[in-house]
Design a protein around this ligand. Structure first.
Ligand SMILES: O=c1nc[nH]c2c1ncn2[C@H]1C[C@H](O)[C@@H](COP(=O)(O)OP(=O)(O)OP(=O)(O)O)O1
Ligand SMILES: [Mg+2]
Length: 204
């Protein structure tokens, strides 16, 4: 089986491929980087589900492949749920992981650790070209704390700031397998893998 993962984020692709492999699924996962001139999707939705559908539908139309997309974000309680759906462009137009992390630390300046609670969400949509009314939608969440300084070198995005109390580690201090075992994305992927076989049967 060949699946397009409609993403420009290499970290997401690494995690999804590892999770599929760990579950014994021998699918070939392509991403936007494997396509010739893939469209750039404007993520103007107000929910994770809307943005995941925008990405899945545009790339499914373009590639005519079975396509999945992931829209994720970090909700920080002390910031009333920000950056949320705006997590990728938190630092503005010329955003990158480093600038986004710096902005998050600045916004939380002085807030004590106990009040730095946060939650990650991933929503994954699976879409079949021509059948967007039958999208499969799954989600996963993970609770943690935003540290006052980065810790760890692995992962991507906000990983060095996201501390998981049960493990006493940030996501950036975990292997891909360990992060997948408890992360928002790992949980969403396990939901996806549970539901995918029955969902695919509808189209046979
Ligand atoms: O596990 C994660 N650990 C740390 N940070 C994370 C994670 N998952 C998403 N993030 C960050 C990356 C991006 O700043 C934003 C999601 O934005 P989001 O639009 O879903 O992803 P993206 O623009 O990086 O890639 P794409 O839309 O092409 O799939 O939250
Ligand atoms: Mg994005």
């Amino acid at each position: 089986m060949e699946i397009l993962f409609a993403t420009t984020n290499k970290g997401k692709a690494t995690e999804l491929r590892a999770a599929f492999k760990n579950a014994g699924i021998t699918a070939t996962i392509k991403t936007n980087a494997d396509l010739d001139r893939p469209p750039v999707v404007e993520e103007y939705g107000t929910t994770f589900e809307q943005n995941a559908k925008l990405k899945a539908h545009e790339l499914a139309d373009y590639s005519q492949m079975l396509t999945i997309a992931d829209d994720s974000g970090l909700m920080v309680d002390a910031l009333d749920g920000a950056p949320g759906v705006h997590s990728a462009r938190y630092a503005g137009i010329e955003h990158n992981d480093h600038k986004n992390n710096a902005k998050l630390l600045a916004e939380l300046g002085g807030v004590p650790l106990k009040q730095r609670t946060a939650k990650f969400n991933t929503t994954i949509v699976a879409s079949k070209p021509g059948h967007f009314d039958q999208d499969l939608v799954v989600s996963g969440q993970c609770a943690g704390l935003i540290l006052p300084a980065p810790q760890g070198e692995d992962g991507f995005g906000y990983d060095p700031l996201f501390f998981v109390p049960e493990k006493q580690k940030t996501f950036a201090e975990m292997t891909t397998a360990e992060k997948n075992s408890l992360s928002h994305r790992g949980r969403a992927i396990s939901q996806l893998l549970q539901k995918l076989p029955a969902w695919l049967e509808q189209f046979e």
